[in-house]
Design a protein around this ligand. Structure first.
Ligand code: ATP
Length: 714
C-alpha cells in the first residue's frame, strides 16, 4: 500500500522548535514519527475492528474477577463454588451440606507440600437440587449465564459469571476442563460432564458427557484444576470457610485442606433462613433509559397497566394518578410513549410518593444467629448484634446488620488482669494496647476478604467515634483493642465496586445505616465496659480493706485484753468490705465466682430483646426494670449440633470454641422491651434475693452455661 508523507503541520513544527530535545536528535526522530503517523489509515483501522467476546475480555482482565494472584485465585474458585452450592440448596429448601476439598494436583510425580505446590484440584460438592443435564455445559462454560441476574431477590450470586470464570481460569492456567457430576433426584441418573470454554465465542465445548453411578441421591459436584497458592492466615481459604460459618450457622461444612486436615463445622441452626421472595423493580430504582426499554418490552396494553403490573408498590389507582399528573392517557399504548412524554412520565414517577419496596425479598441473618456465630468462632468476653430496619438505596431494599465480639477470652483476660495488678513505679503506665480491631465484612452472607479500604463498611467503621464508647482510636484509624467488628449487608442487589465482588460501593443511604448499626453496638459495648471498670475499681478497694482487716482485728483484740472473738469480728468486717464494694455483683462481673458458660465467666450476650449471659450486672436502672416472666421456651431452631454431626466433628480451628447456643428464646415481655430501653439494663435482678433473671428468657442467668452446651441443645 502506498504511504504518502503528510505535510508537517504548523503546530508540529512549533512543537519541534520549542522541544527541549537537541536539534540534531529532533531531526533524527522526525522521520520516524512521520512514518508512524503514515502507517495507519482509516481503512486499515476499520479492517482491524473486531467484536470482543466477553470470555476474551475476561481472559485478559482476569484480575477484575478476582484472579489477580495465585493465592487469591484459589480462594475465588472455592468461594464461587461454595456460594453457588449454598444458593442452590437454600432456593430448593434444603439444609446445605457442603464438602470442600482441596488437593495438591500432581500428575505422576510425588506431590510437593501444600505450601510449595502451585497446582491444586478443588472439589466442591453439595446436596442441593442438582442441575438439569442440558444446562450443565452453559452454566460451567459460558460467561454471563445464570439464573439470578434478572431477578430482584437476595442471593449470593448475582452476575452469572462466577463459576464459569473459575473454570476459565483453570483452563487458562492448567489446560484442564471443569468436571461436573450432577443428579436431580434419587430416581434419575447422575450425569458427568467435562467442559471447557471456547473463549472466542463464549460458548461451551463438551469434552466428555456420560451417565454414571453416583452415591449421592441428589446434588452437584464440581471439580476444577487451577494454578494457585495455599497459605493460611488473612484472606485465605481457611479464613473464608470460618467466616462463612459465622454468617451461615444453618450450614454443615466439611473442609479437607490440602495439608490433609479435615475440619467439620456442624450446623448450629437447624432451620433454613426464610426464603426471600422475588420482587418487581421499584419505580424509584429505575433510570430513564431503563424505563424506555421497559415501556417497549412490556406485555401490558396500556400505560396504567404497565405501571401497575411491571413495578412494585404501584396500585392501579396510583398508576391512574401518575398518568393524570403526567398528562398521559392511562389507556395509551406503552410503545407510543417516547420523547418528551416519556420524560414527563419519568419525572412524575420520581416525584410521586410511592411506598418503599417490600422487604420479604431479603433474608437477614438475624441478631441471634450472628451472636451464635460470633460466639462460636471468636473468643471474647462480650458479644452483641444489631439488625437495622430495612432501608432503600436506588429503589433496592437492603438491611444492615452489625455485630461485635470484644475481649480475648477468659485465659487471655486473666493474663491481662495479672498485668494490671502488677505494682508499678510512680509515673509508670501500662503499655497502651496497640492491637487494632478486625473488621469482618459480608454481603448477602458471603465474607468479603479483599479490598477492605474501598468498602463502605470499612469506611463506616473508621468514621464511627469509638472513643465515645471507651475504645481508644487514633484519628482516621480503626479502634484499638481486642475487638472483631462484623458488618453484613443483605440486599436484592449489592452494589459491588467491581465484578470480583469484594467491596461495597459507598452509597450515602448504605453508609448511614452501617453507621447507625455500629453506633448501637458501640453504645452497648460502652455500657459493658463501664460496668466492668466499675467492678474492677470496687474490687481493688475491697483488696485494700482486706489488707487492714487483720491488723484492725489484732488491735481491737489487744484493746480488749485478748478476750475478743477474733474470727467473728474478722468475718463481720469482711462482710462490710464486701457489701461496700459492690457485694457479690463485683465478683460476678469480674468472673470471680467461677460460674459461667464453659468457664467463660466474662461472657455476656446482648440482643435487642435484652441480655442473656452469665455475667450479672445489676445497676439502678436494671433494678427499676420489671423482670420478664420465667420459663418461656426458646424457638426450636436454636439447638446445638445433633449427635451424629457432633460425632463427625474432627477438628476445629484454634479460635473456635465447642458448644454454643448462647441465644435466648423470644419472649412476649422481652419483645415489648425491644429497642433502647431494653438494652440499658443488662440484667434485671430481684433486689432481695440477688437472683439473676434474664430479660430475654426470664430464666436465671446461671442456666446459660447449660443452654450453651451443644450436646444438650436438643
Ligand atoms: N451447585 C449448583 N447447584 C445448582 N445450580 C447451580 C450450581 N452452581 C451454579 N448453579 C446455577 O448456575 C448459575 C450460574 O452460576 P454462576 O456462579 O456462574 O453465577 P451466579 O451465581 O448466578 O452469579 P455470580 O457471578 O455473581 O456468582 C447460577 O445462577 C445457578 O442457577
Amino acid at each position: 500500500m502506498a504511504k504518502s508523507k503528510p505535510p508537517a503541520s504548523p503546530s508540529a513544527s512549533a512543537s519541534i522548535s520549542t522541544s527541549p530535545i537537541a536539534p540534531t536528535a529532533a531531526k533524527k526522530s522526525a522521520p520516524a514519527a512521520s512514518r508512524t503517523a503514515q502507517a495507519v489509515t482509516a481503512v486499515e483501522m476499520g479492517s482491524r475492528q473486531r467484536e470482543i467476546s466477553v470470555s476474551e475480555f475476561f481472559t485478559k482482565n482476569r484480575h477484575l474477577l478476582g484472579f489477580d494472584n495465585p493465592r487469591k485465585a484459589l480462594l475465588t474458585c472455592v468461594k464461587e463454588a461454595v456460594d453457588n452450592a449454598l444458593d442452590a440448596c437454600e432456593e430448593a429448601g434444603i439444609l446445605p451440606d457442603v464438602l470442600v476439598k482441596i488437593e495438591v494436583a500432581s500428575h505422576g510425580e510425588p506431590p510437593p507440600p501444600a505450601s510449595q505446590a502451585t497446582r491444586f484440584r478443588i472439589t466442591v460438592a453439595d446436596n442441593g437440587p442438582g442441575i438439569v443435564r442440558e444446562q450443565i455445559p452453559k452454566i460451567f462454560a459460558k460467561l454471563l449465564y445464570g439464573s439470578k441476574f434478572h431477578r430482584l431477590r437476595m442471593s449470593r450470586g448475582q452476575q452469572g459469571i462466577g463459576i464459569s470464570a473459575a473454570g476459565m481460569y483453570g483452563q487458562l492456567t492448567t489446560g484442564k476442563p471443569v468436571k461436573i457430576i450432577s443428579r436431580t433426584s434419587p430416581r434419575s441418573t447422575a450425569h458427568y460432564f467435562e467442559v471447557q470454554i471456547d473463549t472466542k465465542k463464549n460458548e461451551p465445548l463438551i469434552l466428555e458427557k456420560k451417565q454414571i453411578d453416583w452415591d449421592q441421591p441428589r446434588g452437584t459436584q464440581v471439580t476444577l484444576e487451577v494454578e494457585g497458592r495455599y497459605q493460611k492466615g488473612r484472606a485465605s481459604v481457611d479464613e473464608y470457610v470460618e467466616q462463612t460459618i459465622i454468617a451461615n450457622p444453618h450450614v454443615k461444612l466439611t473442609y479437607l485442606t490440602p495439608e490433609g486436615e479435615s475440619k467439620t463445622y456442624p450446623r448450629t441452626y437447624h432451620e433454613l433462613p426464610p426464603s426471600p421472595r422475588e420482587i418487581k423493580p421499584h419505580p424509584y430504582g429505575i433510570e430513564f433509559g431503563m424505563m424506555l426499554k421497559m415501556l417497549h418490552d412490556t406485555k401490558s396494553h396500556s400505560v396504567a397497566g404497565f405501571l401497575a403490573s411491571d413495578f412494585c408498590r404501584v396500585s392501579p389507582a396510583l398508576a391512574e394518578e401518575i398518568c393524570k399528573t403526567a398528562k398521559v392517557s392511562p389507556d395509551a399504548k406503552p410503545r407510543s410513549i417516547h420523547g418528551h412524554a416519556a420524560e414527563i412520565l419519568y419525572k412524575t414517577i420520581q416525584t410521586t410518593k410511592i411506598m418503599a419496596p417490600p422487604t420479604n425479598c431479603l433474608s437477614p441473618i438475624g441478631e441471634k444467629a450472628i451472636l451464635s456465630g460470633l460466639y462460636k468462632q471468636i473468643k471474647g468476653e462480650f458479644y452483641t448484634a444489631v439488625s437495622r430496619p430495612p432501608a432503600v438505596y436506588r429503589g433496592n431494599p437492603f438491611i444492615i446488620e452489625a455485630g461485635l465480639a470484644y475481649g480475648r477470652g477468659p485465659e487471655e483476660a486473666a493474663k491481662a488482669q495479672k498485668a494490671v495488678e502488677q505494682p508499678r513505679a510512680e509515673g509508670e503506665h501500662q503499655d497502651e494496647d496497640q492491637e487494632l480491631a478486625r473488621v469482618i465484612r459480608y454481603a448477602n452472607r458471603v465474607p468479603l476478604l479483599y479490598q477492605q479500604s474501598a468498602c463502605a463498611t470499612f469506611k463506616a467503621v473508621l468514621d464511627t467515634t469509638w472513643r465515645n464508647y471507651g475504645i481508644p482510636q487514633s484519628r482516621g484509624a480503626l479502634p484499638a483493642g481486642p475487638m472483631v467488628i462484623f458488618v453484613h449487608m443483605a440486599s436484592v442487589w449489592v452494589p459491588f465496586t467491581s465484578e470480583s465482588k469484594e467491596a461495597i460501593a459507598d452509597y450515602d443511604e448504605i453508609r448511614k445505616e452501617i453507621t447507625l448499626a455500629l453506633r448501637e453496638c458501640g453504645r452497648r459495648l460502652g455500657l459493658f465496659m463501664r460496668r466492668r471498670d466499675r467492678a474492677e475499681s470496687e474490687f481493688r478497694r475491697r483488696n485494700i480493706f482486706e489488707l487492714y482487716i487483720e491488723e484492725v482485728v489484732e488491735a481491737c483484740n489487744r484493746l480488749k485484753g485478748g478476750k475478743l472473738p477474733k474470727e467473728k469480728l474478722k468475718a463481720q468486717l469482711q462482710k462490710i468490705a464486701t457489701s461496700r464494694t459492690g457485694g457479690t455483683k463485683t465478683d460476678e462481673v469480674l468472673g470471680k465466682t467461677g460460674a459461667g458458660p464453659e468457664g467463660l465467666p466474662h461472657s455476656i450476650v446482648v440482643t435487642a430483646e435484652g441480655v442473656e449471659g452469665e455475667l450479672s450486672v445489676v445497676d439502678e436502672a436494671a433494678a427499676a426494670t420489671e423482670p420478664a416472666p420465667s420459663g418461656s421456651p426458646g424457638p426450636s431452631t436454636e439447638v446445638g449440633p445433633d449427635e451424629e454431626e457432633a460425632a463427625t466433628e474432627v477438628s476445629q480451628p484454634k479460635t473456635s470454641r465447642k458448644g454454643a447456643n448462647p441465644v435466648p428464646g423470644r419472649d412476649k415481655k422481652a419483645a415489648k422491651l425491644k429497642g433502647k430501653a431494653a438494652q440499658l439494663p443488662l440484667f434485671s435482678g430481684d433486689g432481695q434475693t440477688g437472683k439473676r433473671t434474664s430479660l430475654a428468657t426470664g430464666k436465671s442467668g446461671k442456666t446459660r452455661g447449660a443452654n450453651r452446651s451443644p450436646r444438650k441443645g436438643k
